[in-house]
Structures are given as structure tokens and as C-alpha cells.
Design a protein around this ligand. Structure first.
Ligand SMILES: Cc1cc2nc3c(=O)[nH]c(=O)nc-3n(C[C@H](O)[C@H](O)[C@H](O)COP(=O)(O)OP(=O)(O)OC[C@H]3O[C@@H](n4cnc5c(N)ncnc54)[C@H](O)[C@@H]3O)c2cc1C
Length: 279
């Protein structure tokens, strides 16, 4: 029997909003419905805006305990009905609905002692940020840390205000890149997969990749061509979702439900389902 209460949102208060780019904002929400320890990097919540609907959004930072509740960070791009309404209308002090956390997580505990490569494209860097934070907080427990983050242009880079902090993470090999040359840009130019040619990949790596599906597929294939085991490459998939808990079947992908078996999958599990023609 299905428990109805798992589909009922709880109230979260908007505590802070950060304008990231022209169409992306980061929201810090306080909720006392769930304990912070329940949330794991890679998981998502369903965000509910009364009268508009619900959308799945990934945790974009570790969830911290605060005043007997949880401080949850979400980074949202306005793409359609619900997300555009969120960006244009929801302000500090407003209450919104959230359910979750749902889905599985990036396997960072399994990656302890290994080298880590994080590759994010655009807003796909958001679900990877808690991985970076975790590795940074537990730096001595991991080997090499390679971070590749690509955006279309300097204006499309999210978390700009944290780049100096990232540069200080001991031993980090950081590759910021934009698609085309731009004035005053001192980092790399090229797509995320191109950056792999600049990295020595001879370690014992776990690879965490998130971005547009084409970027994930090209990156993962290139890693495989460079000798990576597809079971060590993890991607986070986006599919339309309704329930978020494996009831409705909207997000079915082969024999998986993205909401409950994912959103994080090894490339080995899902390469055949990734919707990119000709690759
Ligand atoms: C597990 C998961 C985590 C996500 N995390 C984030 C996040 O951290 N930040 C963020 O901005 N977005 C994230 N998304 C995508 C986000 O859920 C969609 O952008 C949102 O549902 C669009 O809803 P809408 O009502 O604003 O747009 P709609 O009006 O419903 O659609 C606008 C456009 O987006 C496409 N679309 C709608 N829903 C999805 C979906 N679930 N997957 C792919 N394309 C979709 C539609 O086909 C259409 O082209 C995530 C999606 C999933 C499945």
C-alpha cells in the first residue's frame, strides 16, 4: 500500500537568495521537517509552488543543521512554468513546499582513499558542489582532486564567489573553462571533455560527471577511451518526474526509475539509454 503522506510537502522558509546568472538563482531554505543527516550529495527534493506545480531540484550544497532543522541549498534555472515562476516571484521570507530527500547519492563514501575527478557543465555543477565540499572537508581521506567546470561564457558561471576558496583546497587541479574566448578571461577555453586532455589520468579515480546529457556522454566516452572503467564513472540523469518516489513511472528509463534507482547511475548502467543521437 502507498503511504499518501510521502507525497505531502512540508513547509520551508526562504532565508537567502543569491543571483548567480541572468537565469539562475541559489536559494537557502530552512526546514524543520527532516534532519540534516538524512540528505546526501546527489539527492534531490521536489519543490512545490502552490498553484504552479512541483519540480525536482538537486541539493547544491551539503545540508547543515540549524536551529533544530535543516538548511537546504538549491540552485535553480528558470526553464519553464514552475522554475520561472520561482525565480520571478519567490522572495526572502516566503514559504514554499518541499518533499524529500529522494533518490540515491553520489558514491563518495565508496570513493574514500581514491582519486576524484569532478566534471560539471553549466548548472550541472550544482549537484556536484556538495561532493566538492565533502572532499574538501575531508581532504586527507582522498587522493588527487581534479575539478573541471565549464560554462558557456564567464557570465554563465555559477558560484563565482567561491572560486578563490576552491583554489585554496590543497592539491586541487582546477580547470575552469568557457566555450569561446572572452575578454579578461584568464582560465581555459574549450568544452569540458577537452579539458580531459590536460589531466594526467593515471590514478585510481572515481569520476563524477553532471551537465547536459551530450556533455556527460562525450565526457564519459572519452574517459573510457582513456582507460577508465565505466563502473567508476557516475552521471546524474534528468528526466521528467511527477511523484519522485517510484510510484508513477513517469521517469522510467529501461528497467530503472530515475527518481528512485537514480538520479546517479554508473555509465555502465545507463550509457545505452542516454539520449544522444550518433554518439
Ligand atoms: C533529479 C533531478 C534533479 C534536477 N536538479 C535541478 C537543479 O538542481 N536545478 C535546476 O535548475 N533544474 C534541475 N532539474 C531540472 C528541473 O527539474 C526542470 O528544469 C524543471 O522540472 C522544469 O520545470 P518547469 O515547470 O519550470 O518547466 P516546464 O514548463 O515543465 O518545461 C520547460 C522545459 O524543460 C524541460 N523539462 C521539464 N522537466 C524536466 C526534467 N525533469 N528533466 C529534463 N527536462 C525537463 C521540458 O521538456 C521543457 O523543454 C533537475 C531534474 C531532475 C530530474
Amino acid at each position: 500500500m502507498v503511504r499518501n503522506d510521502i507525497l505531502v510537502p512540508s513547509i520551508a522558509n526562504v532565508k537567502e537568495i543569491i543571483n548567480e546568472t541572468s537565469d539562475i538563482k541559489t536559494y537557502k531554505l530552512f526546514s524543520n521537517a527532516e534532519k540534516a543527516q538524512k540528505f546526501k550529495p546527489g539527492q534531490f527534493v521536489m519543490v512545490y509552488l502552490k498553484g504552479f506545480g512541483e519540480v525536482p531540484i538537486s541539493l547544491s550544497d551539503l545540508v547543515y543543521e540549524e536551529d533544530g532543522g535543516s538548511l537546504i541549498t538549491l540552485t535553480i534555472r528558470g526553464t519553464g512554468t514552475v522554475t520561472k515562476y520561482m525565480l520571478s516571484t519567490v522572495n526572502i521570507g516566503d514559504k514554499i513546499g518541499i518533499r524529500g530527500p529522494y533518490g540515491n547519492n553520489w558514491p563518495i563514501e565508496e570513493a574514500l582513499g581514491k582519486d576524484i575527478l569532478i566534471a560539471g557543465g553549466g548548472i550541472g555543477f550544482a549537484p556536484l558542489r556538495p561532493v566538492l565540499r565533502f572532499v574538501s572537508n575531508n581532504r586527507q581521506k582522498f587522493g588527487r582532486l581534479v575539478v573541471i567546470y565549464g560554462a558557456r561564457s564567464p557570465n554563465d558561471i555559477i558560484y563565482k564567489y567561491e572560486i578563490e576558496e576552491y583554489k585554496k583546497i590543497p592539491g586541487i587541479e582546477l580547470f575552469l573553462t568557457i566555450d569561446k574566448p572572452a575578454e579578461d578571461w584568464k582560465w581555459n577555453v574549450g568544452f569540458v571533455p577537452d579539458m580531459l586532455d590536460k589531466v594526467k589520468l593515471d590514478g585510481d579515480f572515481k569520476y563524477f560527471v553532471c551537465g547536459p546529457e551530450i556533455m556527460m556522454k562525450i565526457t564519459a566516452k572519452k574517459l573510457v577511451n582513456k582507460g577508465a572503467d565505466p563502473r567508476d564513472i557516475f552521471v546524474s540523469l534528468e528526466r521528467r518526474m511527477r511523484c519522485g518516489v517510484g510510484i508513477c513511472g513517469t521517469c522510467q528509463l529501461g528497467h530503472y526509475y530515475v527518481c528512485k534507482d537514480g538520479p546517479v547511475f554508473s555509465f555502465d548502467q545507463v550509457s545505452q539509454y542516454m539520449e544522444v543521437e550518433g554518439i
